[in-house]
Design a protein around this ligand. Structure first.
Ligand SMILES: NC(=O)c1ccc[n+]([C@@H]2O[C@H](COP(=O)([O-])OP(=O)(O)OC[C@H]3O[C@@H](n4cnc5c(N)ncnc54)[C@H](OP(=O)(O)O)[C@@H]3O)[C@@H](O)[C@H]2O)c1
Length: 441
């Protein structure tokens, strides 16, 4: 019987995900090594503080506090960057790829901000950069788009890509809790990132949306060029009114391509979505992605979008691909001319401006509870050709009222002008709230 090749792995980071990778390789070692035809050894682990208590116990000698020494170690075949951040992680990933190494990562922020440079280094040096765990945790969305759906051009990809905000919205809906109350529970359960803005302002989900847009369309979109809004403004009343109208409110990443005008629209924001859509039924910490390809039609993937086991499942899947690569699995041969042709296809693709969006909108307006207010609101919005599809009103005990409106089809530019017009009339007691209504075109 021939001896299996030993594949040596170095982990940069041994926190939530790193420990999950070790634990789940150990738990499934026999089956995994049988499937891979290789032996897996995690030989080196870089951490900030070796003395820190960790649930998963590993031999003392495995640890180092010098992550560069793991990257530089010639015996290490696969470097897993599971430390997060965009400074040290960038330096180390660059270095590993420049050496032609295989890097596996879960770091969506790093790919979103520096993916263009890092993938270019990998192509130049023959290195590899695997990133399944960076989008939607345990859902194999990268492999699905890149491999299983390779025959397709993607008109629409949309979904829920941040479990924390989905958990908050789900509990607000089911239990009638406020955003603040639910956020408190999410914090206690450890669901919220240390930098809360990543979850609550939509930045984490926007990072993932940008990565999917690149994967599906070969175009890097800058975060500052797209609509990126989180869930802080959503109230229980919004969720209730949306429910009465047959919608749920979800934080959606949307990647829409118009092949006729060759425009790509990438955005991340809360949206009213018909409760008949499968994605509307994705609740709690789950993620869900709907992919519409011109050949396959619509495919929907739902699963755990974060957490130790789900995320390490994707990291181990990338380690498996890395092992196949190391064992000589054929890779597509991409010449410089091929690269130029592919880039040219993406070059022609325009990025839709933030105000180019067209659709229907939900508005929440806090007004004085006086006669004629609705008529004034209607008149102001009519100047921008905005008309109402539904109107709901709630009177407050303090002499104010809340108008909950949905509009007919209009444009984002008209809505922004209309809301500015309303603000300048002095009719509103506080900033108006606008939520887009997601509908398939
Ligand atoms: N947690 C999830 O559910 C999840 C899901 C998807 C993707 N991700 C991504 O996975 C990555 C890791 O996340 P995590 O939740 O596992 O983070 P974490 O629990 O904070 O762990 C980070 C690890 O990196 C080590 N580290 C950080 N800076 C270092 C440095 N300069 N030198 C050496 N070691 C360093 C830390 O060492 P010490 O332990 O000594 O502090 C720690 O072991 C991030 O990019 C994150 O966005 C996480």
């Amino acid at each position: 019987m021939s001896e299996k090749r030993i594949i040596r792995i170095g982990l940069l980071g041994f926190g939530v995900v790193g420990q999950g990778v070790w634990k789940n390789i150990e738990n499934n070692r026999q089956a995994l090594e049988y499937r891979l035809g290789a032996q897996l050894r995690i030989d080196r682990i870089a951490v900030r503080d070796k003395t820190r208590f960790r649930e998963v116990v590993v031999p003392e000698a495995t640890y180092t506090e010098d992550p560069g020494s793991v990257v530089d170690d010639p015996s290490i075949d696969i470097v897993c960057e599971l430390m997060g951040g965009t400074d040290k992680a960038l330096e180390l990933t660059r270095r590993a790829l420049q050496m032609g190494k295989i890097v596996v990562t879960a770091n969506k922020a790093l790919i979103c901000e520096h993916g263009e440079e890092l993938f270019a280094i990998a192509r130049r040096t023959g290195g590899h950069y695997f990133y399944e765990a960076s989008v939607a945790g345990g859902i194999p969305i990268i492999k699905t788009i890149r491999e299983a759906l390779v025959a397709n051009r993607f008109r629409l990809i949309f979904g829920i890509l941040n479990g924390t905000s989905n958990y908050i919205l789900t509990r607000m809906e089911r239990e009638g809790l406020s955003f603040e109350e639910t956020l408190g529970d999410a914090r206690k359960l450890g669901y919220v990132e240390a930098d809360e803005s990543l979850d609550l302002d939509g930045i984490d989900a926007a990072h993932k949306t940008v990565i999917l847009a690149y994967l599906a369309h070969g175009k890097w979109v800058r975060l500052e060029d797209i609509i990126c809004e989180g869930i802080r403004e959503i109230t229980g009343e919004d969720i209730e009114i949306a429910g009465q109208l047959g919608y749920k409110i979800k934080l959606l990443g949307v990647i829409e391509r118009d092949f006729e005008s060759d425009q790509l629209c990438v955005r991340l924001h809360p949206a009213l979505i018909s409760e008949k859509e499968v994605i509307a039924g994705v609740d709690e910490v789950y993620n869900g992605v709907s992919v519409t390809g011109d050949v396959v039609g619509t495919t929907i993937l739902i699963g755990r979008g974060a957490g130790q086991d789900a995320t390490s499942s994707s990291v181990i899947s990338d380690i498996a691909d890395a092992v196949f690569t190391l064992q000589g699995a054929p890779e597509p041969v991409i010449s410089e001319e091929d690269e130029a042709v592919y880039n040219k296809l993406a070059d022609g693709l325009g990025i839709a401006s933030k105000t180019a969006l067209e659709g229907r909108y939900y508005l929440r307006l806090h007004v004085k509870d006086e006669k004629g207010v609705l008529a004034s609101v209607s008149e102001t919005l009519a100047k921008e050709q905005i008309s109402f599809a539904t109107v709901n009103q709630k009177e407050n005990s303090d002499g104010t009222a809340i108008l909950f409106l949905t509009t007919h089809e209009t444009s984002e530019a008209a809505i922004l002008r209309g809301l500015a017009g309303l603000t300048s009339t002095g009719l509103l007691g506080r900033e108006p709230v606008m939520i887009r209504i997601f509908e398939r075109s």
